[in-house]
Design a protein around this ligand. Structure first.
Ligand SMILES: [Zn+2]
Ligand SMILES: [Zn+2]
Length: 172
């Protein structure tokens, strides 16, 4: 199991419904979240909008649902194959639909399904050679540091949700 870290506002344990995520931690459910982020009863955070570097919303076109929430559509290109993937909008939920025929650890080019803009690398992930954490924008105004960041290596779950460079939710 990957190590899961939660931030300071996660407080005392209580019983929460399980939504299939692997994030754990105790949560202040009264906290208001920015950027259209929403807190599920389980405490996990979900995104409701997410933009490419040209301002296309990656969430509006998918019919796939994760806990009733629409998924995030991206284009992915690996060594031998490419296609579209629909990712869960719930942080810590690794379920996905679409073209998933990649090798474990394969480094992918992840781009917008509308304009094919590649998502910018934020920093190396370190899980393997050449893997990078790449960032999606939480706001249409494309604010750097208010982003969802994921690793571009297939199967690596390292990811974070950032608000003005502060970590709201983190999976190592
Ligand atoms: Zn785009
Ligand atoms: Zn990684």
């Amino acid at each position: 199991m990957p190590e899961v870290k939660t931030t300071d506002f996660y407080k005392t344990a209580d019983t929460r419904p399980c939504d299939g995520t692997i994030l754990d931690g105790d949560v202040d459910t009264t906290q208001q979240l920015p950027h259209g982020l929403t807190r599920l009863p389980s405490g996990a955070i979900a995104v409701t909008r997410l933009y490419c570097p040209n301002g296309h919303n990656l969430i509006e076109r998918s019919a796939a649902r994760f806990n009733l929430l629409p998924g995030i559509t991206v284009r992915v290109r690996g060594k031998y194959t490419y296609g579209e993937l629909i990712l869960s909008p719930i942080h810590g939920d690794d379920s996905k639909f679409g073209d998933t025929d990649f090798e474990p650890g394969e480094v992918l080019r992840i781009s917008c399904p509308h304009c094919d803009s590649e998502f910018p690398a934020v920093q190396p992930c370190g899980c393997r050679d050449g893997s990078m954490l790449v960032g999606f924008f939480l706001d249409k105004s494309l604010i750097e540091g208010s982003q969802v960041v994921i690793c571009n290596a297939w199967g690596c779950l390292r990811s974070r949700i950032l608000d003005r460079f502060q970590i709201i939710s983190k999976l190592e």
